[in-house]
Design a protein around this ligand. Structure first.
Ligand SMILES: Cc1cc2nc3c(=O)[nH]c(=O)nc-3n(C[C@H](O)[C@H](O)[C@H](O)COP(=O)(O)O)c2cc1C
Length: 199
């Protein structure tokens, strides 16, 4: 906290007298934890390649423009969902609600479709009009997208899409990344003073 106080003081001083502050040692830091304070939503991003359905949890979906109605999703290149979206050019986005149980995040976010058929025996599903699966029970909205551009960012691809369908499914509040960490993800248990890791 001492560092944070000094950081705020030094940034105030720099703002008050930018010229005088030139050359002064201005405190700089990048705390990755601060990015958790973005009010990201929580989503299931799904795709369909022929008979194969798949999906993964993401927090990086956002609206870009209203007219035309465009959204973006950012997906790790290692994900099967990335491969399927790149190939088919289409996806569905389920906006997950606060009551979504941890098992849904585990099922879609902690295992890859490369190793498991995530929709095999999974009953809570509907299909958007582009034929892609979504989660009616745990979503307050579903949005279908058709890719118009994609941008390469080393480990991830930023996909830009036209919204082809968008429906409100319930009035339940959307889960945020912060809500997920505070209320959905189980806290690590401590046994014998040791932390029991929970992903
Ligand atoms: C809370 C949470 C947020 C996540 N956010 C993203 C994200 O924004 N982008 C991404 O590519 N993966 C994200 N992931 C990781 C993927 O869901 C995970 O790698 C998944 O196993 C990929 O599955 P797939 O290979 O079947 O596509 C997130 C996972 C969790 C649990």
């Amino acid at each position: 906290m001492q560092f944070i106080k000094k950081y705020i003081e030094s940034s105030r001083a720099a703002a008050a007298a930018p010229e005088a502050g030139k050359g002064n040692a201005r405190l700089l830091m990048v705390d990755p934890e601060s990015l958790f304070n973005f009010s990201y939503g929580m989503f299931l991003l799904t795709s369909k390649d022929g008979a194969r359905d798949n999906g993964c949890i993401i927090n990086t979906a956002a609206q870009i423009t209203v007219s035309p109605l465009k959204i973006s999703v950012t997906v790790n290149k290692a994900n099967l969902t990335h491969h399927m979206i790149l190939k088919t050019g289409e996806f569905a986005l389920s906006i997950l609600t606060e009551s979504t149980p941890f098992r849904v995040f585990e099922h879609f976010g902690f295992q890859s479709g490369k190793d498991a058929d995530k929709f095999s025996g999974y009953d809570d599903v509907g299909r958007t009009s582009n034929g892609i699966r979504y989660l009616p029970e745990h979503s307050n909205s579903v949005i279908a997208g058709k890719i118009t551009e994609f941008h390469d960012y080393c480990t991830h691809t930023l996909f830009i899409a036209d919204v082809t369908e968008a429906l409100i499914l319930s009035d339940e509040p959307s889960a945020t990344l912060r809500y997920y960490f505070d209320n959905i993800k189980p806290k690590p248990r401590r046994e014998n003073g040791k932390k029991d890791e929970v992903l």
